[in-house]
Design a protein around this ligand. Structure first.
Ligand SMILES: C[S@@+](CC[C@H](N)C(=O)[O-])C[C@H]1O[C@@H](n2cnc3c(N)ncnc32)[C@H](O)[C@@H]1O
Length: 380
């Protein structure tokens, strides 16, 4: 069994895992377990992955024994670094346990070095990397689940530096249009759950971030945008991406196109896209401004979904994020989902999250993103 420590937007992160394994189960507020092991580099919503080596640990003594047995059983280098990350709210002092373990491990002929978390009870990715706990040493992950503890060893963790590089170092960034964070692009591609030979289409591609993620995950992709400036920007970014990363899928940027009239490919494809979010409000918008946005955007989205149904080949899936607004602690939505469904689509439900909870929102921003997955009703 593997455990997945989920990111900030818990429901979204859990739905991403659910799209890969229907039997994924939540064992604490922020941790899920699955029998399947997935590559963390392709999971935008998981922070850490561990392999469970002991379930139902009922005491600290038992926990220590499990750790020592594990260290004896595997072929660790004599000298190794280890640390403990504790996910729970008991008052147990895991730093003391770690220090005590060091003595016991030494007596078995090993030369361990204990690394304490720099802040709180959890080793962060930077500390794990810096202290070479991974891959040569061991991170022991202890999870409090009801009255038992569960022990796992850390297998992989999110490579924050690579996400930052893709997000912030691309040559063309236009903050005015709002760029989709790479992690959210990955989550959306996973929610669409495309087969290997599916082409990913992003008809509102902006600066092309989602296309890069699709390519890294092994999919060919096609992007287009209404604005000439944005297609030029996306082309620049893709050139940079191809020079700097190990692209696995081909990326094609079409000349500027209106997504409400676009012609889609004849081969199998899914649409994964961050739709137009309207004005990027930097100060609190009035109700009237938001109403204007809603009325403009609804027209674009309805036409966009209608156009998809006119295609010779229908998409397998459409995973889209649309805006909502947070003003004076109130959420104002486009209320578009039922209208789209009535055009001839079925909403893909996730047992771990109701559609309305698949949100991506940063505190102190006025615009959030709601992610919805649709399937056209007609068969191809
Ligand atoms: C929120 S941005 C997408 C940003 C993109 N995901 C990224 O990371 O850069 C929405 C994009 O939709 C484009 N757009 C607006 N109306 C459109 C339409 N009718 N057809 C195609 N693109 C449109 C805008 O030019 C903008 O680049």
């Amino acid at each position: 069994m593997y455990l997945y420590i989920l990111g900030r937007e818990r429901d979204l992160c859990l739905a991403e895992l659910e799209s890969k394994d229907k039997n994924v189960e939540l064992i604490t507020e922020q941790i899920a377990v699955s029998k399947k092991l997935f590559d963390i580099n392709n999971l935008g919503g998981t922070i850490k992955v561990g392999e469970i080596i002991a379930n139902n640990v009922s005491s600290v003594n038992e926990l220590q024994k499990e750790i020592i047995n594990h260290c004896k059983a595997i072929k660790l280098e004599t000298k190794f670094n280890y640390g403990i990350s504790y996910y729970g709210n008991s008052k147990i002092n895991f730093n003391q346990i770690g220090i005590k373990l060091k003595k016991e491990l030494k007596s078995t002929g090993l030369k361990p070095r204990f690394v304490m978390p720099s802040d709180g009870a959890i080793l962060n990715a930077a500390s794990i990397k810096h202290n070479k706990i991974f891959p040569d040493g061991r991170e022991f992950i202890v999870v409090q689940s009801k009255d038992k503890m569960l022990l796992a060893i850390g297998l992989s963790f999110q490579d924050i530096d690579m996400y930052s590089k893709r997000d912030y170092e691309k040559p063309c960034r236009d903050r005015k249009v709002g760029m989709l964070p790479p992690k959210l692009s990955q989550i959306m591609i996973n929610l669409a759950n495309p087969d290997d030979n599916t082409v990913i289409c992003d008809p509102f591609c902006g600066s092309g971030g989602l296309l890069m993620e699709a390519s890294l995950m092994g999919y060919d992709s096609i992007g287009s945008d209404l604005s000439d400036d944005m297609t030029i920007c996306a082309k620049k970014n893709i050139e940079w991406f191809l020079d700097n990363f190990n692209a696995k899928g081909k990326v094609e940027i079409l000349k500027s196109n209106d997504a409400t009239k676009l012609k889609y490919p004849k081969e199998r494809y899914s649409v994964v896209t961050e739709g137009f979010l309207g004005i990027n409000f930097l100060s609190k918008p009035t109700k009237q401004l938001i109403d204007e946005q809603i009325s403009n955007l609804k027209k674009i989205y309805v036409e966009f979904f209608k156009n998809l149904l006119l295609q010779e080949r229908l998409p397998d899936v459409v995973c889209i994020c649309v805006p909502f607004w947070r003003v004076n602690e109130q959420t104002i939505r486009l209320n578009l989902i039922d209208e789209i469904a009535n055009l001839g689509y079925t909403i893909v439900e996730f047992k771990s999250a109701r559609q309305s909870t698949l949100n991506y929102y940063r505190e102190n921003q006025f615009t959030g993103r709601q992610i919805v997955v649709f399937k056209p009703n007609k068969e191809n």
